[in-house]
Design a protein around this ligand. Structure first.
Ligand code: ATP
Ligand code: MG
Length: 320
């Protein structure tokens, strides 16, 4: 663990750009004690509402919490959700100055209604059409205007920010600059991720991309090696309660989960890609980066409410 602590110490001020789908997650909590007279549905009496940045914005928050310097790029709409999101980003010392406003599309928002300790309904505001090319150009121009970066993360939730053209340009740019390009992928766009530094699919995404089942270690290895070949990239396949599997220059490495208690697994994938990007920027091997990310994800899933893992928390866990 000592080597990992040394790597963690080097996270400070590493500059990471996150390009992707910016999402505003809204949670409405309430109580149900009667059925509506208007339709056979429960009436939720709202007790609390909460907004949390999601998607690429959550990856950026994770970078900052771990001591790095995040630059968030993507688009939002010209609406009230944009203001709510920007206020939360500001509160978290995350600049919104590189985020573009696309009045045509609106801000992507996912609203969950929760009562009786369960989710009753999810309401999505989204327009998944691809960005127009002038926005792509602006994103690329913004990237080149940033201070010298240590890595770029693509956080692709298939909401339209990541286009084939943008992926192509970024892959070439990162090759020229010798910058690691890490992708949290969506199977739909798998061909676009050829030749990137790393992709971090979860089990289901890896299964859809490889057309294989990933039920045991053997199957995970077969699928991982197939994707590694086909896409000419490294992979970390995250496998939920089973941890993760690493496919780089060495023989595949399977790492069991570091989680002791599990309360909330959503966003664990964002924690993984953020930690790996910082670790690689700090000079870690892919295996070391995965070991660190696995520890960070273990902390994340054990927490209720907060989405990010701090550098301090990760250092304490490594010191145990
Ligand atoms: N149920 C669980 N028990 C223990 N560890 C978990 C669990 N779920 C996730 N983890 C940890 O979090 C990491 C990432 O989780 P997972 O594979 O679910 O990613 P994901 O599906 O991309 O997550 P999300 O999309 O919700 O952000 C795993 O590699 C593991 O370390
Ligand atoms: Mg994921």
């Amino acid at each position: 663990m000592n080597e990992l602590l040394e790597i963690l110490e080097k996270f400070s001020h590493k500059k990471i750009a996150i390009i992707g789908d910016i999402i505003l997650d809204k949670y409405i909590y309430g109580e149900v004690d009667r059925i509506s007279p208007e339709a056979p549905v429960p009436i939720v009496k709202v007790t609390r509402e909460k907004y949390v940045p999601g998607g690429a914005a959550n990856v950026a928050l994770n970078i900052n919490a771990l001591g790095g310097q995040a630059y968030l790029l993507g688009t939002v709409g010209e609406d009230v959700h944009k203001k709510i999101l920007f206020d939360i980003l500001t509160e978290n010392n995350l600049s919104s100055s590189h985020i573009l406003t696309d009045p045509q599309k609106g801000t992507t928002q996912k609203t969950r209604v929760i009562a009786l300790n369960q989710q009753l309904l999810r309401i999505d505001h989204e327009d998944t059409s691809y960005l127009e090319s002038h926005f792509e150009k602006q994103i690329l121009a913004n990237i080149t205007s940033l201070p010298e970066l240590d890595a770029i993360i693509i956080s692709d939730y298939a909401k339209g920010t990541i286009t084939q053209q943008l992926m192509q340009k970024l892959t070439t740019y990162c090759q020229q600059k010798e910058l690691p390009l890490l992708v949290d992928p969506k199977p739909k766009h798998m061909r676009w991720y050829q030749n990137v530094f790393l992709i971090t699919p979860n089990r289901k995404e890896a299964s859809q991309m490889s057309h294989l089942e990933l039920a045991n270690k053997q199957q995970i290895e077969t699928a991982g090696l197939k994707l590694q070949q086909e896409l000419n990239t490294r992979l970390i396949i995250t496998t939920g309660k089973d941890g993760m599997s690493v496919f780089g220059e060495n023989h595949p490495l399977h790492i069991p989960t570091a989680a002791r208690e599990v309360y909330d697994v959503s966003g664990a994938g964002d924690t993984v890609v953020a930690t790996v990007a910082l670790a690689i920027s700090a000079g870690a091997s892919l295996e070391e980066a995965a070991l660190l990310a696995n520890q960070a994800a273990g902390i994340k899933v054990g927490k209720l409410g907060t989405a990010s893992v701090s550098k301090q928390e990760l250092a304490e866990k490594l010191g145990e």
